[in-house]
Design a protein around this ligand. Structure first.
Ligand code: ADP
Ligand code: MG
Length: 351
């Protein structure tokens, strides 16, 4: 980070744009690590080590560790033209946390590897880590380490660690014909938010606009719901919705050679969601079925475990689960409406 690239026009541009403060090259690698450790480093409990040694040491519960990594490149997965640094951090952390949620794991800690050009304002990296810390805070997940190096563009690789103490982690396999299909919350909002933002970012957003923006910029991973679902012992298979309900559902079904029927009248379309979709000229059905990045959970429950499942999920007071269909023995996903069935996978072209 300390090599000089003084003739760099972007650096001059950053200064001109008034991002003002120091650049990473002014701070150097160790200065940056020290700043991140002081501001965002997780506390080490007795017998543990957080940022600063060769590796982190954390106490782990009995049971099994659950681990996941994701990598984000500037220009490919995010752009600072559209997102504030804190939003990039929030979304990155939430996407990773959602992978733990989808296994039913309790979040423990995370590591963040960062590559960045020397011309990057320190405030940009600070913002990204601030967003990650804010998204991690409710779950108690702590930053315990990472790596920092110089690169030609920003890249962020997060590793999250969780644990399943009792029972087993929930996987994408295990759905059976006849299983009931549920989703948490109301998928589709994130796509509405994206479309709203593409039309120019509103300076102040309230009502449905505020909700659509929040759901796209600051999605909340359903780690509580995932843990409760797993502990209920009533769920057969589970996945988080990152690509969209249809593509993600096919991950639950295809490997088992199964399909699903989704009755349209069952879909969770709250009035504000319908209003937002209509104002943006988007079919709510399209946003629900094909919109990505909602980070809700989709799961299947054998009918005989339905009561146990619903009883357990009542503990997630704010977030309802909705039954959106059932698993069938034939491959393919079908939308049923007005007494007719429409084949969806590959044939859904409302976007
Ligand atoms: P090493 O040379 O052994 O890889 P580093 O100098 O890269 O050590 O890292 C020193 C400490 O700082 C380690 O504990 C590492 O986990 C932590 N660290 C480095 N970069 C980051 C980062 N981007 N976020 C959090 N912790 C970091
Ligand atoms: Mg290192």
């Amino acid at each position: 980070m300390s090599r000089d690239d003084a003739d760099d026009p972007d650096a001059a541009g950053n200064r001109r744009r008034g991002s003002g403060g120091p650049l990473l090259r002014d701070l150097g690698e160790f200065g940056l690590i020290d700043l991140l450790r002081r501001r965002y480093g997780g506390r080490a409990h007795p017998g543990e080590l957080s940022i600063g040694d060769d590796a982190a040491v954390v106490r782990v519960p009995r049971g099994r560790a659950v681990l996941s990594t994701d990598m984000l490149l500037e220009g490919t997965h995010f752009s600072l033209d559209y997102f504030l640094p804190a939003e990039v951090g929030w979304r990155a952390l939430s996407a990773n946390l959602s992978d733990l949620a989808a296994m039913g794991a309790a979040p423990l800690c995370y590591l963040a590897a960062l590559a960045a050009p020397g011309r990057t304002p320190v405030a940009t990296v600070d913002g990204i880590f601030c967003g990650m810390a804010a998204a991690a805070a409710p779950s108690g997940m702590r930053l315990v380490g990472g790596d920092t190096c110089r690169g030609d563009r920003l890249a962020l690789s997060l590793t999250v660690v969780g644990a399943v103490e009792r029972g087993r982690p929930l996987t994408r396999t295990g759905a059976r014909p006849g299983d009931l299909l549920y989703v948490t919350g109301s998928p589709g909002w994130s796509h509405l938010g994206l479309r709203l933002l593409r039309g120019g970012r509103p300076a102040k957003a309230t009502g449905w606009r505020g909700e659509a923006m929040r759901r796209h910029l600051r999605p909340e991973a359903r780690w509580r719901e995932g843990m409760i679902a797993a502990r209920s012992g009533a769920v057969a298979a589970m996945i988080d919705l990152s690509d969209g309900l249809l593509p993600d559902l096919s991950h639950l079904l295809e490997r088992e050679g199964l399909g699903a029927i989704l009755p349209e009248e069952a879909f969770p379309f709250p009035p504000a969601f319908r209003k937002a979709a209509s104002a943006l000229g988007i079919d709510p059905l399209a946003a629900f079925l094909a919109g990505g990045e909602d980070y809700e959970l989709a799961l299947t429950v054998p009918p005989r475990r339905r009561r146990r499942f619903l009883g357990a999920m009542r503990r997630c007071k704010e977030l309802p689960v909705t039954r959106v269909g059932r698993v069938v023995p034939e491959p393919g996903v079908w939308l049923s409406r007005d007494g007719r069935q429409e084949h969806l996978v590959g044939g859904f072209s409302h976007f």
